[in-house]
Design a protein around this ligand. Structure first.
Ligand code: CA
Length: 231
């Protein structure tokens, strides 16, 4: 079944460029340059994902994003001209599933759209696994974005989530600070490898007494997850 992507972008050239690439990749495409019309289209059936420019002339992109969230689970990939970290975080708080910063490569946008749709389908069918570590002491639920340690939920920021899930993707493998900054920067990127240390510190604090043994420091290299994944 073909997925339908709604492209919300007031710049005609970008809109048409995205339409061309998405259609070539086999998607059905609806386009609009108006936030108000986007809200209307989201209310109707048949939109599987919205590509949303935050800077729209009529309704603010934030409003459209909020509507998409309120009207059910339509995944949203935000297009933003602003590269500011706050902008990314702001959008993630409102529930965007991914970000593309302008100027972008249309091929990259198509790839991101595919990845987000795949993730959304996995969530809908319950296919996204709950990963378990240390004989069930740590559980990471990717679909629900939840971390549970010794039975108690741990509230983590998007950056801490990115750090933990990266380390947990291959337990025992050492990740350098540079690697971690690069992998986590979809959420937040301050540009200094040193900032990773303070995020790790906060994450360990939230993980209580087990923090340091769970997120291990490898002197002179970086960090690794100290527990192995349960079979
Ligand atoms: Ca715009």
């Amino acid at each position: 079944m073909t997925a339908t992507v709604l492209v919300v972008e007031d710049e005609r050239e970008i809109r048409e460029l995205l339409r061309r690439y998405l259609e070539r990749a086999g998607y059905g495409v609806l386009t609009t340059g108006s936030g108000a019309e986007a809200v209307r289209l989201l209310g109707e059936r048949g939109v599987d994902l919205a590509l949303l420019d935050l800077g729209l002339p009529d309704v603010d992109g934030d409003e459209v994003l909020r509507e998409a969230r309120e009207r059910g689970r339509v995944p949203v990939v935000v297009l933003t001209a602003r590269t500011a970290v706050e902008d990314r975080i702001h959008g993630l708080r409102l529930g965007a599933d991914d970000y593309v910063t302008k100027p972008f490569s249309p091929t990259e946008v198509v790839l991101r759209v595919g990845a987000v749709l795949q993730r959304a389908r996995g969530t809908a069918t319950g296919a996204a696994p709950v990963l378990s570590y240390g004989s069930g002491r740590l559980r990471i639920d990717e679909a629900r974005h939840e971390v549970v340690l010794d039975g108690a939920p741990v509230e983590v920021t998007p950056t801490e989530w990115g750090l933990l899930t990266t380390l947990a993707s291959v337990p025992g493998r050492v990740y350098s600070r540079y690697e971690l900054v690069n992998r986590v920067r979809g959420y937040e990127f301050a540009g200094y490898e040193r900032t990773i240390d303070s995020h790790v510190k906060n994450l360990r604090h939230k993980l209580g007494g087990v923090g340091p043994e769970l997120v291990e420091t490898v002197m002179g290299v970086g960090y690794r997850l100290g527990w192995s994944r349960d079979p």
